[in-house]
Design a protein around this ligand. Structure first.
Ligand code: ATP
Ligand code: MG
Length: 436
């Protein structure tokens, strides 16, 4: 037999839980419950849905401005369109594409917008648990608002999402906050930082030496134990923030404090992209090893201008869906059943047209009923009925139909008597099944 084709390394199938697999990945029912919950929670805050392309011009991400980030430097899937020579990139994140769309359509003309999207992102990283080459993000952006009110609202909205998903703040996920100040403040800090690291150049590892002039802030993020003392002694950005930046941060904190949301100020918190200012935040967990950041975001007031648009303040975050769902699975968070309410057992081929017409009537009444397709004996059909997770089986047997009835069997309670329901009473069946 010929070798089968396999998915590209680091790019995963999301499958129904009934499909056995070896890799630890979320199942598709958990995935769609997450999406439904997101829709519901974000609607409470007035966020609107947007979809932008997965492929963008490479120039959207390689802007020649700002610092060289890891993502742009070595993680992007970029290629030349063989038809016309265009330089294209599979988006590594969603923010730049959304801002591009806003600028292109002059979308903030009538006022600010709150937007969200969900979709795949691509980064050429070493695949491991919680880190993939194609992964998915919930991406949320509030555009045209200077904050800090909307920054605080966004963070509280994530807390509301945790609550809806059954996660407990403090135990399962924690909030980390920082302020990056404004570009001029960062520049002064950056100069001091480079001077500090240059004065101790011998202690820098290879990564740090490479970043010293391209992105010295990122050195602060290094996990290398040998550099921690040097990092600890480095000049702190907080000491370079001016009065306005401090007031923005304090106002954000006042809202979070009043809402009873605990957080840790992490002066070392920086983000992977270069366009952030003022507010930055991460939601982290201890349950996923080194891939512990499930959600990260912040303010990026300079990006509209960088992309050729009219200046507009903005704030947003990306939430890693695989990581978050792995966390939900690890914590065995309770979720609604995705099983149908009933499974229709159809032992009689002659009765099929009539039975199927009745099933349509049930579904019109909102009942989820999975039909046994493909025929087969009662034993095989009941095996499938059990596996479906349905509470009830509706049995359209010849005997029952001859009596003008359908049988209702409780699959989860062996002691419960089988009931005979009149064929004419679909509304009553629906009422019974609705409680399942
Ligand atoms: P990390 O430090 O873990 O590499 P990041 O700072 O690169 O994360 P962001 O660009 O802020 O991540 O993306 C937002 C979120 O998307 C992350 O917090 C994480 O949950 C998720 N994420 C990022 N990269 C990956 C990946 N390769 N695979 C799975 N999820 C990812
Ligand atoms: Mg990364």
């Amino acid at each position: 037999m010929a070798d089968i084709l396999r998915a590209v390394k680091g790019m995963n199938d999301i499958l129904p839980a009934s499909v056995p697999r070896t890799e630890k990945l979320p199942d598709s029912a958990l995935w769609s419950w997450f999406e439904a919950t997101v829709r519901e929670v974000l609607a409470r805050y007035g966020y609107q849905y947007i979809v932008t392309p997965i492929v963008e011009p490479t120039a959207l991400f390689v802007r020649g401005l700002g610092e060289v980030t890891d993502i742009v430097e070595k993680e992007m899937y970029s290629f030349t369109d063989s038809m016309n020579g265009d330089q294209l990139t599979l988006r590594p994140e969603a923010t730049a594409g959304i801002v591009r769309a806003m600028v292109e359509h002059n979308a903030l003309y009538n006022g600010p917008l709150r937007l969200w999207t969900i979709g795949p992102m691509f980064r050429h990283e070493r695949p491991q648990k919680g880190r993939y080459r194609q992964f998915h993000q919930l991406d949320v952006e509030a555009l045209g608002f200077p904050g800090p009110d909307v920054d605080a609202e966004m963070i509280l909205m994530v807390r509301a999402l945790w609550a809806a998903l059954g996660l407990e703040v403090g135990r399962d996920v924690r909030l980390e906050l920082n302020s990056l100040g404004q570009p001029a403040e960062r520049l002064a800090h950056r100069t001091a930082l480079i001077a500090h690291f240059e004065a101790h150049a011998a202690q820098l590892d290879e990564d740090a030496r490479r970043r010293l002039h391209s992105n010295p802030l990122r050195i602060l993020d290094s996990k290398n134990p040998a550099m921690q003392a040097l990092i600890e002694a480095a000049p702190r950005l907080a000491d370079f923030l001016g009065a306005e930046s401090l007031a923005h941060f304090d106002a954000l904190r006042a809202v979070l404090d009043a809402a009873g949301l605990a957080y840790r100020i992490n002066p070392r918190l920086v983000r992977g992209m270069d366009y952030y200012n003022l507010t930055v935040f991460e939601w982290v967990t201890d349950q996923l090893g080194s891939q512990g950041t499930v959600c990260g975001g912040g303010r990026y007031d300079g990006l509209f201008e960088q992309l050729g648009g009219k200046p507009a303040p903005a704030v947003g975050f990306g939430l890693g869906i695989e990581r978050l769902l792995l966390l939900l699975q690890e914590l065995k968070v309770a979720r609604p059943s995705a099983a149908p309410q009933a499974y229709a057992v159809l032992p009689s081929a002659a009765a099929l047209p009539r039975a199927m017409a009745l099933l349509e009537q049930l579904r019109e009444r909102g009942i989820a009923v999975q039909m046994h397709a493909g025929g087969g004996g009662m034993k095989a059909q009941f095996k499938r009925a059990d596996a479906s997770g349905a509470r009830y089986a509706l049995i359209f047997g010849d005997d029952e139909l001859a009596r003008g009835e359908v049988a209702l069997k409780d699959l989860r309670d062996a002691s419960a008597a089988q009931l005979a329901l009149p064929l004419a009473g679909v509304a009553d069946w629906a009422a019974r099944l609705r409680t399942a």
